[in-house]
Design a protein around this ligand. Structure first.
Ligand SMILES: C=C(O[C@H]1C=CC=C(C(=O)O)[C@@H]1O)C(=O)O
Length: 415
């Protein structure tokens, strides 16, 4: 057996995720930590190129890494790809975390090793030197006006559905620590895709707990996507968790979600894929909220279509869960009227071609929802809601408030 990089460099005792995160941050390496839904393993990946390349994700060609796309990405080429120069898996044990190497670096900057030694287990907080934040915060009256304008456009026939969004600022406490907040999100939201992405060349960190798979393809060639939409609180007025089987949905949410299912099925029709399993819609819990979800599952081996994930990623983004129906007039309306740049909110993100236990690879791409951008000492939280002809602007504002609470509660230590 070959000696691993860790053994050769006697890192065995200096292996905490905090150390890795801090050392990568100091050297301005783009880095990411993630935890897949309903799994306990935590992943850490670093890219040794300071500026990650922008490229279209072709799962057949691209190798192992992490994809991070903005909302506006019409031909897919705006996607950052963080190549996996180092990829470690942290398995929880009763007392500690056990590290496994997924991708071991072939060579490493000696400074990285030094930093790993020097930094110990201390956390590095977000730099406080520039207290100004660059992202605009949406005011309630502006959002109400925006939603009313969206409803008017639906009534005039411009589109049938549009997803409109807003931002909210939370000032970070001086002891804010990325790794502990990531761990807390993992614990609080076991069914979510929890991630934290650091892009030092842009001076930002994005963190979130997404409930929505965009495309996933496992090592056995099983492809999955989902239509997720329609929102209500997961708690009744006395604060008790509602059983998903007892959730009641209005016509508005049922229609809003069916637009997304229809959109996905139309994408499959375009590429003449007719053999798919459709499960749902069913009610699912996503943290403090409930949504309606339809799962679409395809065995790519059975239909002899190994490149399905690549083709569908291209066709699906942005789905009607984050954009609208039809897509083009809804996108134009969002860009002209929302009043801020969504950047990576409602884009997509996730691990690409991760080596799996059976010696093959798997990819899991999620929609970047329930997300926040950390810059200087401010977290910008993002939330949107599907507007249809039956929307009520005040209720839509309340819905975005609930959505920002998914991360807000963790930031404010309310969970
Ligand atoms: C756009 C968001 O959520 C989408 C996913 C689930 C439910 C949604 C809704 O009810 O509007 C949205 O389509 C967001 O969380 O910012």
């Amino acid at each position: 057996m070959t000696t691993s990089f860790l053994e050769k460099n006697k890192w065995a005792t200096l292996r905490s995720r905090q150390n890795l995160w801090n050392a990568s941050k100091k050297l301005a390496y783009p880095s990411v930590m993630w935890r897949l839904p309903r799994q306990s393993d935590k992943h850490f990946l670093s890219s040794f190129n300071e500026i990650p390349k922008k490229t279209k994700i072709d799962f057949e060609e691209i190798g192992s890494g992490f994809a991070f796309s903005p909302f506006v990405n019409p031909d897919g080429t705006e996607t950052f790809f963080l190549k996996a120069d180092l990829h470690y898996l942290f398995k929880e044990t009763e007392t500690d975390e056990r590290l496994e190497e997924i991708i071991s670096p072939t060579s490493i900057n000696p400074q990285f090793l030094e930093l790993m030694n020097d930094l110990g287990n201390h956390s590095i907080s977000i730099p406080q030197e520039n207290l100004k934040t660059t992202t605009h915060e949406t005011q309630k009256e502006d959002f109400i006006r925006l939603v009313s304008n969206g409803i008017n456009q639906i009534e005039s026939g411009l589109f049938q559905k549009v997803v409109l969004s807003r931002t909210k600022h939370v000032i970070l406490s001086s002891d804010f620590d990325v790794v502990s907040v990531f761990d807390k999100l993992c614990k609080t939201y076991p069914a979510a895709f929890v991630s934290v992405v650091s892009l030092p060349h842009l001076g930002v960190v994005w963190m979130g707990a997404s409930p929505e798979t965009l495309v996933s393809q496992d090592s056995k060639g099983i492809f999955r996507t989902m239509a997720l939409a329609g929102t209500q609180s997961a708690f009744d007025c006395e604060g008790n968790l509602i059983k998903p089987s007892e959730a009641l949905w209005r016509q508005k949410e049922i229609e809003e979600q069916s637009f997304v299912t229809r959109y996905i099925i139309n994408c499959l029709k375009k590429i003449r894929v007719r053999e798919f399993e459709e499960e749902g819609p069913k009610t699912i819990i996503a943290g403090n909220l409930m949504h309606l979800r339809t799962d679409i599952i395809i065995n790519t081996m059975d239909i002899n279509f190994p490149q399905l994930a690549t083709v569908m990623l291209d066709l699906l983004h942005p789905t009607s869960a984050v954009c609208g129906m039809p897509k083009i007039p809804a996108t134009d309306f969002i860009l002209a009227n929302e009043g801020y740049n969504r950047e990576f909110y409602s884009g997509f993100l996730g691990p690409v071609n991760t080596p799996s236990a059976d010696g093959l690879t798997e990819s899991h791409i999620f929609v970047n929802l329930r997300t926040m951008k950390l810059q200087n000492n401010v977290a910008t939280l993002y939330a949107g809601c599907g507007i249809t002809a039956d929307s009520d602007a005040e209720k839509e504002w309340q819905e975005t408030e609930m959505k920002t609470q998914t991360l807000g509660k963790v930031l404010n230590n309310e969970v």
